[in-house]
Design a protein around this ligand. Structure first.
Ligand code: GUN
Length: 297
């Protein structure tokens, strides 16, 4: 039977709709408008595209967007001073510093200077620790989006075997933690994993987050498994030009899987939707108001 295609684009539109509803209610009942500050250092073209898209979608759901574009050679002291101002600004409920940063800036130091309550990326060491101990935290956006789609598809994830391929701080590790918190049996596989095909073949849920185009073939996938493809890789087409592919070979995986996310149109759109969700969550927590249901872990 053909795999169910999990439509991340439609799912993200639903999440944005829920965020917009909550924002409208906040405005009406409390006069509060959630605000998201995005900081971009330098002119990396991919980062510029992401930041523009974040700003546009923030405004579309009715929130305030504050963009701070800094010169590529901005000093660490100047960047930290800006973050300090944003931490103290009551109109700013979420702060995101676009990564990667230029190499002269210490990413860990910068991220850990953000107020954890405003850390809508969920990268601050306090949020990492809270997530790791199953406490209320800000949850990284891409893994949160994957979790929402998995819960929607499966209902309960309890007892399922999940294999996360990739151990990044942004996706692999928090994803594994979220799945563990939902009572999956979790394996984190990576570049040194022995017999990856055998490990992946045991999974009811496969999360591919390695950044290697089409590295997971369909014959690794257990029939009926759910495949969540986090990869977004641009490859050359034989006839010229480029196309986007995931970390999984879509055609062969879709032939075996029970459900699969496409690339593009799968996990990708969920990341910004979850960033907006995290911002409204952060705003509600800051004001001691009821958080939106279903928009966080
Ligand atoms: N660069 C690529 N993905 C992300 C993300 O999720 N957050 C931030 N801050 N930077 C990124």
């Amino acid at each position: 039977m053909a795999a169910t295609v999990i439509d991340g684009k439609a799912f993200a539109a639903r999440v944005r709709g829920q965020v917009a509803e909550h924002v409208a209610r906040l405005k009406e009942e409390s006069g509060i408008i959630p605000g998201l500050a995005v900081v971009l250092v330098g002119e990396d073209p991919a980062s510029q595209v992401y930041v523009r898209s974040k700003g546009k979608q923030t405004v579309e759901v009715g929130m305030n967007s504050y963009e701070h574009k800094l010169d590529v050679d901005t000093s660490e002291a100047d960047l930290l001073a800006l973050i300090d101002r944003l931490n103290k600004d009551a109109d700013v409920h979420g702060i995101l510093v676009q990564l990667p940063l230029p190499s002269h800036l210490n990413e860990d130091m910068v991220i850990n200077s953000i107020d954890p309550a405003k850390d809508v990326d969920g990268f601050h060491i306090s949020n990492v620790g809270l997530l790791g101990t199953g406490q209320k935290s800000m949850v990284p956006c891409t893994p949160l989006g994957c979790l929402m789609m998995l819960r929607d598809h499966h209902g309960s994830l309890s007892g399922l075997n999940a294999v996360v391929i990739g151990r990044s701080n942004i996706v692999g590790k928090p994803m594994a933690q979220l799945l563990l918190n939902d009572s999956c049996t979790v394996t984190i596989a990576h570049s040194r994993t022995k017999d990856l095909a055998e490990v992946v073949g045991r999974a009811d849920i496969v999360i591919a987050a390695v950044g290697r185009p089409e590295m997971v073939p369909g014959d690794w996938i257990k029939p009926g498994a759910t495949v969540i493809d986090v990869g977004i890789n641009r490859i050359d087409k034989p006839e010229g030009g480029t196309r986007l592919v995931g970390d999984c070979d879509y055609a062969s995986c879709a032939a075996v899987a029970g459900a699969i996310t496409p690339v593009p149109g799968g996990v990708g759109p969920m990341t910004i939707a979850c960033l907006l969700a995290n911002t409204v969550t952060a705003c509600c927590r800051a004001h001691g108001l009821i958080e939106p249901q279903g928009l966080t872990a």
